[in-house]
Ligand binder design. Structure first.
Ligand code: PLP
Length: 515
């Protein structure tokens, strides 16, 4: 096949017959990026964390570029990475109640690629610390991040879901205790949960875990870099870190509220002995002895250097200032929700999440989400789950602060438009199908038919699209693929197992090679 780049019909193939000039290629990437949701500007309430600090992107990009080709595989060959990694772990430990002068002076940790990897490794360490348990189990609140389920799946550990109170959205210590059995190797809790931004009763849960001789992991991936600053600002943050005696490990993502570019999380353990089973080593082959603290072997130094530069540039004073701006933005957005007839906060904000639901049957949340999108506000729909109603999630960052005053009127306007449009009405047979179909009964033909009916996949597959984004939200979008209220209504009508299967099929339709 001849390359068509010269006749003005370049299809954007990754490997053209003849290489293209750098300027042209960068222009192509920029053009592709134009279809994305806006990463900056304070109007995207999921996926991205923007402090709106002038010059920070450039600084992080320069640091990233300078270390992008350095390999974290061997810390003796590239001591620069080891030094930056140790400094990041030290900063996280100190922020979260560990280090010299605390009651957790021996905290150690590793830098991972993200929250999911940190949680998988916390589960691995707990599993491998108990070789005596043939069929290990973990007790995890249903509001904890889906990455725990992924860890359980990958590591063949059974997941015991702990119910939460439908009003407080928190698990009780008693419910956690009831879920612990002789084969439990780890108890998890969130500070805070992603979906609702609620901090679990960590002290009580950790006490129960310690009493049973079980590790307790605090997932502070989302809030570990905001709660300490909010506490310093005088907010009532409950104990959730190494100050709590039974907490054995904590995860905190630097690519969230530390505002570092993607690809950096820190997993901390109270002692080196607790961390030891996290490592993997292998010498029984003719090549180099592989010693990996984390899942990846070859690791780019880029994200680590970028995070290091970000933290050093912002400093404690910077994070405190950004936390104050975020706190004020959260308060303003929550007020806007309270002031909108037919909407109710699902939880009183206690961190950096605003989460609301509809109390009015004529106000369909998924339609509201579309109306907000039409007004330039990108929110995250969350499907109903058990007793919990569908909701809208807002991850609030410092960049939102200057936008808050615009949000209230737009929310009111969008709510009025959603009421006028009325709730999504799926054809009765589709609702019945969604409610009764078992995942196994989903044939490729049925999936293709559903995808076509919903405008997914097929020709749209050339555009980038994603589903099941951060926190297991219904859908994300990009390019020419824009899942809407109808898709969310269909998913909402389906039980979780069918939602998973449908989205797996839809994402499979999107992830097709282009030639
Ligand atoms: C509480 C919590 N834990 C874990 C994760 C997973 O993090 P990542 O998407 O970086 O893998 C998230 C992501 O939003 C989160 O909010």
């Amino acid at each position: 096949m001849s390359d068509d780049q010269d006749n003005g019909q370049d299809t954007g193939r990754a490997l053209p017959e003849r290489g293209l000039p750098a300027e042209r290629v960068l222009g192509d990437v920029k053009a592709l990026r134009a279809g994305d949701r806006p990463t900056h500007g304070g109007r995207l309430f999921a996926y991205v964390y923007d402090p709106a600090v002038p010059g920070l992107d450039e600084l992080a990009a320069a640091a990233h570029a300078g270390s992008a080709h350095v390999n974290g595989l061997d810390p003796t060959a590239f001591p620069s990475l080891l030094a930056m990694e140790n400094a990041l772990v030290g900063a996280a430990a100190r922020l979260l109640g560990g280090g010299p002068g605390t009651n957790a002076p021996d905290v150690v940790g590793s830098v991972t690629s993200g929250g999911t990897e940190s949680l998988i490794l916390a589960v691995k360490a707990a599993r491998d610390a108990r070789p005596d348990v043939a069929a290990p189990r973990i007790a995890v609140p249903v509001t904890a991040h889906a990455a725990f389920a992924k860890a359980a799946h990958y590591l063949r550990v059974a997941l015991d879901p702990v119910p939460v109170d439908p009003v407080t959205l928190r698990p009780s210590a008693a419910a956690v205790a009831a879920a612990i059995g002789p084969d439990t190797v780890l108890v998890a809790c969130s500070a805070p949960s992603y979906a609702h931004g609620v901090v679990d009763p960590v002290a009580e849960i950790a006490a129960v875990a310690a009493g049973a001789g079980v590790r307790c992991h605090v997932d502070a991936c989302f809030g570990g870099w905001t709660l300490p600053w909010l506490r310093r600002l005088g907010e009532p943050v409950p104990p959730f870190d190494f100050a709590v005696a039974g907490v054995t490990s904590i995860s905190v993502d630097l690519h969230k509220y530390a505002y570092a570019p993607k690809g950096v999380s820190v997993l901390l353990h109270r002692t080196p002995a607790l961390r030891a089973p996290q490592f993997f080593a292998y010498a029984d082959w003719p090549g180099y002895t592989m010693v990996n603290p984390v899942i990846a072997s070859t690791r780019s130094g880029g994200p680590i250097a970028a995070a290091y530069a970000t933290l050093r540039h912002l400093g404690e004073d910077g994070y405190l200032r950004l936390a104050a701006a975020t706190r004020d933005a959260v308060a303003g957005l929550a007020d806007a929700v309270r002031g909108t007839h037919g909407l109710r906060l699902l939880a009183e904000p206690e961190s950096t999440v605003v989460c609301f639901t509809s109390t009015d049957p004529t106000l369909d949340l998924f339609v509201l989400v579309d109306e907000l999108t039409a007004r330039g506000w990108h929110t995250q729909p969350q499907l109903s789950y058990g007793d919990l109603p569908a909701s809208v999630h807002l991850t609030v960052t410092a960049a939102v602060a200057p936008r808050v005053a615009e949000f209230g009127p737009d929310l009111a306007d969008a709510a009025a438009a959603a009421r006028a449009a009325g709730p999504v009405e799926l054809p009765a047979e589709l609702t019945a199908l969604a409610a009764t179909l078992t995942p196994d009964a989903l044939t490729p033909e049925l999936v293709a038919g559903l995808a076509a009916a919903l405008g997914l996949g097929g020709a749209a597959a050339g555009a980038v699209g994603a589903a099941a984004g951060s926190g297991g939200a219904a859908v994300g979008s990009g390019g020419g693929f824009a899942p809407d209220a109808t898709v969310n209504a269909l998913l909402d009508a389906a039980p979780p197992a069918l939602r998973e299967r449908l989205l797996v099929e839809f994402v499979g339709l999107l992830q097709r090679p282009t030639y």
